[in-house]
Design a protein around this ligand. Sequence first.
Ligand code: SF4
Ligand code: SF4
Length: 434
Amino acid sequence: MTSTLEDLRMINARCIHCRACQYAYSGEPDREGQTEEYTGMIQGCPAGLYYGWEGYFNSGKQWIARAFLNNEIKPSKELLEVVEACTTCGNCETQCENRIDTVSVTEALRAAIIEAGIEPLAKHKKFGEMVGNDLLRNPYNEPREKRTDWFAGAKDRKDVKVAYFVGCTGAYRQQHIAKHTASLLKKLGIDFTVLTSEVCCGSPMLRTGQKAIFEDVMRKNIELFKNYETVVFSCAGCFKTFRNDYPRISGKPLPFKVQHTMELVRDNIRSGKLKITKPYSKTVTWHDPCHSIRHVGIAIEKDILSRSNNWLTDARTAEKAKEAWFELPREVMKAIPALQLKEMYRVKGDSFCCGAGGGVKAQFPDMALATAKERLKEAASTGAQVLLTSCPFCVTNLSDGIKALKEEEALSHKKLPGSDLEVVELLQLLDQLI
Ligand code: SF4
Ligand code: SF4
């Protein structure tokens, strides 16, 4: 188990403060971009870019963590504010040649500051109270009994092998994504159910350092789903939390298999069972959700290396396995007739975050919006009409970014890059095309 800051002491000790983690493409400085702005070595940390001070970049946070561990810095609200202003996107983790688990250190540092007696930040505390409340169990203040109102099929079935974990955003805020996913699963011939007693996956709790509430909902979900063979997901955050964090924090493998719905689509395309015939005649660019693409890719790579007796030979295998994961949505998009994909400069492991994660959207809305606008500008530089992604939270924040750009345009009478983009969820699009 590597869940407390103390557990991560030796990992944090590997940080040499080289600051490579501030950039995207530290390994490929000459890579060509779509425009002059997006080429060569550019910064890739939303927190550092927005606040512009070393403590907000991961390199600074790793040193804050070390100082905290060595009692050289005291817990305070001000300290918590600095370390919470990070989307936990993991761009820093991809760049770090010393393979430091940067996000786990940041999350553990947040928890350590809170455990030392500092209150969670106001918005984080609020959603902690809501997720901890048995009548709600979601961060949207919605009644628990309404969680599966969107679903018309049979609920709580015990005679099926597959359960769909919907997540709070799909259940209460982006119900169209949940509905399209359910419809897609049906079209793929998967007999599944949804569970009325599902509770928040706990991702917002873990990210913001509220570990006790996280562990409570983690235990509840594992118990609830333990009799199913496979649990499928449409939400990037829930998927990553179950897949990567539950085994890491609980210290035990999950009693069921987890799969993102995109994997099911890809497998059906590969086996020839699924052929998409309806065309989608648009130029699109793809935004990799940090949680389901980068974090899972990193976990695949680290898992292979953790079992290796010879890094020299296995490093290449691990890298290839990670890259294969990054190709997953691309393989699916290639199977859509007439779709033209134009990639952004920062993609896959080096993708630039949408700005919503890690508790940032609730607590630091200006940073979340500025990050979304930067991602939209990069997307617009490809010349695409549509920005495709597959995460309810990315869809929300990028759409909010477009709204903000339009409002700015109305005031300034100037065209802003990205304001004309249409944000589309890939599972929703697939359901419409199949
Ligand atoms: S986390 Fe890694 S890349 Fe970042 S400063 Fe430390 S050693 Fe360098
Ligand atoms: S996780 Fe993302 S926002 Fe946080 S320090 Fe790393 S690159 Fe910056």
